[in-house]
Every structure is written in structure tokens, then in C-alpha cells.
Design a protein around this ligand. Structure first.
Ligand SMILES: Nc1ncnc2c1ncn2[C@@H]1O[C@H](COP(=O)(O)OP(=O)(O)OP(=O)(O)O)[C@@H](O)[C@H]1O
Length: 521
């Protein structure tokens, strides 16, 4: 035991480097364990990255089973038979790490230096710093008694990517973030593509659940064309729509908007023969979407942005939208939010309100964090989408204006590499596809090859946190959010059994009403 109460674990042997030491240990050491040592009067933290167990009696020289069996007895009787060696990577001086600085020793610790188990107090200094910006996320994977906190300010200012295979705990982690942001009264907007968050119960009315709605009056003709499912290459139809969507039509509310849009399209067809067929098709499409998406396309509503509440976890449900509509909707929100935050920031800085600000003051006077689920759909590699342009703007400029981005995906290999590389922090869970691993590794310097190699062995809820939201890249067991009521795999057999039991009861009770002699199916 050292003066500081650490348990002695081993002694450095062989050659040590400023960033690597090998030590002989009293006991087997787990990969991922933290150890400390003294050098030049200061404590150094190191992480075990390789662990070896060797037996002298049961070495490679054993030639057959009988020899192995005899050696087993020798090994059991000889207390010195086993050797536990480990390689630990030096992370830096403990005190400096607390302040987010990884400073390496200039000289390697000498062979013979004692290695100690890191205490909970040592590790808490690095992984659970004090301060309201540090939010509880879980515990260290290999030292579960040590809490892990993440810096929410850094998430908002430098963005975050949550990446993992399906079912590994991405939505749970976003829910955890939401819970912590709700605790400090922050504003978060989750674009919920698969209805994963409608049951997130954060209490105290912290969540604001709303369906994604699009006001077609507020869209330019090209975006309206996408929303009403006009093909990109149907240039005549797009021409008709452009002509029909006049400023006068855009002023009309409710059904009057659709009626005058149809009238406009008809007029274009009547005026120019070559557009007659296209005009008829546009008319059909308007009729179709008007009925089919009555709940989503609403020309009578106020600006959709007005439904987002400051200081709440806003969950915008996209489940009923087509992929194109979802894209138009998310891009609209992003564009408006960025514009609003720019105006709010400028106003706060200059203390001058422009004429536009006086007419419609910014809605969000404090930072906002936006979460895009299924990021590979909205910001794909090698493909242009409505959302991609604005997401990339937010990724580049959001920091200055307090608009943070969290992208969530099970397919990192299909996300735009530029946007992914702008994510200052990462939470990566189980991932086995080499293409995904390569893309993540290329996007962030914070994840070493050693960390990436361990991703396939993680269980649901276990993650590597890296980047600016933590002092050190580390393996974390994220807390399970009990306030989220779905996410587990569906229990089909249980539900079918319940269905069968219910049918049986219904049959028994209806049998009692059937007159004797009556034949049933
Ligand atoms: N931190 C955790 N601790 C324990 N179990 C967890 C944790 N996180 C997730 N799980 C479990 O893993 C399962 C899937 O979680 P979740 O829905 O968050 O995964 P996902 O990656 O978002 O999945 P999908 O890609 O299908 O949306 C759930 O059953 C959940 O209970």
C-alpha cells in the first residue's frame, strides 16, 4: 500500500518508454484497467492494453498430453510458476489530466518503479470532474465503481456522433443525454425517425412531443415538388408547379391554398399546350398528397418552428413522413434554427435589433442541441439531400452560434465523411463491420487503433467515449434509461400466446350462447 492508499500491483521490468511500460504483476491484470506510478515526484496514469499469463512448467516445450498432465502438478506446487506481465500505455500526469491536458513525462519511468492500482478517487478526478456542465453518463467499464461524466457544453459547441450496430444502445444513450439536458433546463430537438422517443417520460413536462408537420405555403417550388412526390427529372411538372406557386397562392391559407394551386396548374396547362399533360399530372399529385398526407401537409398551420419549446426536450416524430418529406422537413427546421440562432447571437453581441428582429424576434435566445437519428439517410455519402447542405452548415458554423448537432447512425460507412469528421466527440458502441470501423477511425484522431479493435467485443450499453466531451478516451457502461419504455426486442412468441389465450376465452364465452345442435366453423 502506498502513502496515498493505492494497492501495490507490480514492478516495471524490461525497457520502459515515455509512453509505454511493461510490468510484472502480483495477479492477472485485465485489459482496460488503470494503474498509477510515481515519476519525478508526480503521479502518472496508465492504461493496461495487453496482458500475458505464462507458466514455466506449462510452456511451449511441452511435447504431449502426459507431459502436460505431469507439469500441471509441478505448476500447482510451485508458487513461482506463473508470471503475470502487462503492458500499460502512459496517458499522462494525473493532475494535468484533470484539467483536460495530456502531458507525457519527458523521461521514461525506470525499471523497478512500483505500479499501483489506480484508486477510485484518482480516477474520479479524471472521469467525473465537478461542474454543472459535466453530466452523469454511467461508469467505467472495467472499474464500475468509478462514475463517468461527459461535458455537455462541448457536445453543444463541438457536436457528437453516436455510432453502433442496431440494438446496441444508441437511442438509450440519446435518452440519457436528453435526461441530463432536461435536468439543467436545456433545449434539445430530436428528429425521431422510428418513433423511439415518444415514450420517453422525463417528468415535470420536460418533453414536448409533436408530429412533424410541413406547411407547404412556406416551401419554395423545388422543395414543394419533392414533398408532393414529383420526380426530380420531371422538368415539365416542376415548371408547372413553379408557375402555379405564385406569391398570391402562397398567401392563401388552408384548403384555399391547395385549390388555388390546382387552379394555377390548370391555367398553365390551358395556356401552353406543351404543358397540358404535365399540368394534369401535377393536379393529380396535389389531389393525392392532399388526402394521403392531410395530417402532415398543413397549409393552415403557423410556422412549424413556433411549436418547438425553449427549455424542453422536443421530440419531432417523423414516422409518418416519406423519406423525401422527412428530408425536406428536417432541412427546413435546420435552416430556420441556424438563422434564428445567428440572429440571437448577433443581437446579444451588438445589443442592436434590426428591423427584422423587431418584427419577428429570435425564438431561441439560448443554445439548442439537435439530434438527427438515422444520419446515413439524411446526410449520406455520395448523394445530395436537402438535409445534408444545412447539416454541414450547422456542423461548420453551429459552434459560433450555439447550435449543436448529434448524429446517430448504425451505418457510419454511409455517412458523409466531411460531416462525420466535424463531430468533436464520439460515442461508439459495438461495431463489427471493418468498413464502419475504418470510417470512424478516419473521422477521428481521438480513437486509436487499439480502441477500435475492441469494438466487436462490446455488449449493449457499452461504449467508447472519445473526443472533447471527455478528458480521456475511455470504455463506459452507459446507464440504462428506465424512463424510456421501448427499445427492447419485441417478444413475438409471448404476444402470440396472449392472442391465442384471448381467442380461446372469447370462443368459450361465445360457445355458451350457441344453441345446441348449431354447427360452427
Ligand atoms: N446502457 C444500457 N444498459 C443495459 N441495456 C441497454 C443499455 N442500452 C441499451 N440497452 C438495451 O439494448 C437494447 C437496444 O437499445 P437501443 O434501442 O437503445 O438500441 P439502438 O442502438 O438504438 O437500436 P436501433 O438501432 O434498433 O434503434 C434494449 O433492449 C436496451 O434495453
Amino acid at each position: 500500500m502506498s502513502e496515498g492508499g493505492e494497492k501495490e500491483l507490480g514492478i516495471i521490468v524490461g525497457v520502459a518508454k515515455p509512453d509505454y511500460v511493461r510490468f510484472e504483476s502480483r495477479r492477472p491484470v485485465s485489459v482496460g484497467e488503470y494503474v498509477v506510478m510515481q515519476s519525478c515526484g508526480e503521479k502518472i496514469l496508465a492504461l493496461v492494453e495487453r496482458s500475458f499469463v505464462k507458466s514455466d512448467a506449462l510452456g511451449d516445450s511441452i511435447r504431449n498430453y502426459d507431459e502436460a498432465s505431469e507439469s500441471l502438478q509441478v505448476a500447482a506446487e510451485n508458487k513461482r510458476d506463473k508470471s503475470y506481465k502487462a503492458d500499460a500505455r502512459i496517458i499522462g500526469y494525473l493532475e494535468k489530466l484533470r484539467r483536460c491536458k495530456a502531458v507525457m513525462p519527458a523521461l521514461p519511468p525506470e525499471p523497478g518503479t512500483l505500479i499501483y492500482e489506480a484508486t477510485t478517487a484518482d480516477l474520479a478526478k479524471v472521469f467525473a470532474p465537478e461542474g454543472t456542465e459535466w453530466a452523469h453518463m454511467g461508469s467505467l467499464l472495467r472499474n464500475v465503481e468509478v462514475e463517468v461524466r461527459a461535458n455537455i457544453d462541448k457536445v453543444v459547441s463541438r457536436h457528437l456522433a453516436v455510432l453502433a450496430m442496431t440494438g446496441m444502445g444508441k437511442s438509450n444513450l440519446v435518452s440519457l443525454l436528453a435526461k441530463e439536458i432536461a435536468r439543467v433546463g436545456g433545449t434539445m430537438i430530436i428528429f425521431d425517425y422510428h418513433d423511439d422517443y415518444s415514450t420517453l417520460d422525463l417528468g415535470r413536462n420536460a418533453a414536448n412531443l409533436m408530429p412533424a408537420k410541413i406547411n407547404p405555403r412556406m416551401l419554395p417550388a423545388d422543395k414543394l415538388a419533392e414533398v408532393i412526390e414529383i420526380q426530380e427529372n420531371a422538368s415539365n411538372q416542376i415548371h408547372v408547379l413553379r408557375q402555379a406557386l405564385t406569391q398570391d397562392v402562397q398567401q392563401r391559407k388552408g384548403d384555399d391554398f391547395w385549390d388555388s394551386l390546382v387552379a394555377g396548374a390548370r391555367a398553365v396547362g390551358a395556356e401552353e399546350k406543351m404543358y397540358r399533360e404535365a399540368a394534369a399530372k401535377v393536379e393529380d399529385k396535389i389531389d393525392y398528397v392532399r388526402k394521403k398526407f392531410r395530417n402532415i401537409l398543413d397549409p393552415g398551420m403557423a410556422d412549424p418552428i413556433a411549436l418547438i419549446k425553449n427549455g424542453k426536450i422536443n421530440v419531432i416524430n417523423l414516422v409518418e413522413l416519406t423519406e423525401k418529406q422527412a428530408n425536406v422537413s428536417v432541412s427546413y427546421y435546420l435552416e430556420e434554427l441556424l438563422d434564428d440562432r445567428k440572429r440571437a447571437t448577433r443581437q446579444a453581441k451588438d445589443r442592436i435589433q434590426s428591423a427584422e428582429d423587431l418584427k419577428s424576434p429570435p425564438r431561441f435566445n439560448a443554445p439548442v442541441l439537435v439530434v438527427i437519428e438515422e444520419a446515413h439517410v439524411f446526410i449520406p455519402k455520395d448523394e445530395k439531400t436537402e438535409t445534408k447542405y444545412f447539416a454541414s452548415k450547422v456542423a461548420r458554423e453551429g459552434r459560433k452560434f450555439g447550435l449543436g448537432l448529434v448524429i446517430v447512425s448504425q451505418r457510419p460507412r454511409s455517412i458523409d465523411a466531411n460531416i462525420l469528421s466535424q463531430m468533436g466527440s464520439l460515442a461508439v458502441m459495438r461495431m463489427i463491420q471493418p468498413d464502419d470501423q475504418m470510417q470512424v477511425s478516419a473521422a477521428s484522431e481521438a480513437l486509436s487503433r487499439d480502441l477500435i479493435d475492441q469494438l466487436p467485443s462490446l455488449n449493449p450499453g457499452e461504449a467508447v467515449f472519445a473526443g472533447q466531451w471527455v478528458n480521456l478516451p475511455t470504455f463506459v457502461r452507459a446507464d440504462e434509461v428506465k424512463e424510456r419504455k421501448i427499445g427492447g426486442d419485441l417478444k413475438a412468441v409471448e404476444q402470440w400466446s396472449q392472442l391465442a389465450a384471448a381467442k380461446e376465452i372469447a370462443k368459450e364465452s361465445s360457445d355458451s350462447y350457441v344453441p345446441p345442435g348449431y354447427i360452427q366453423d
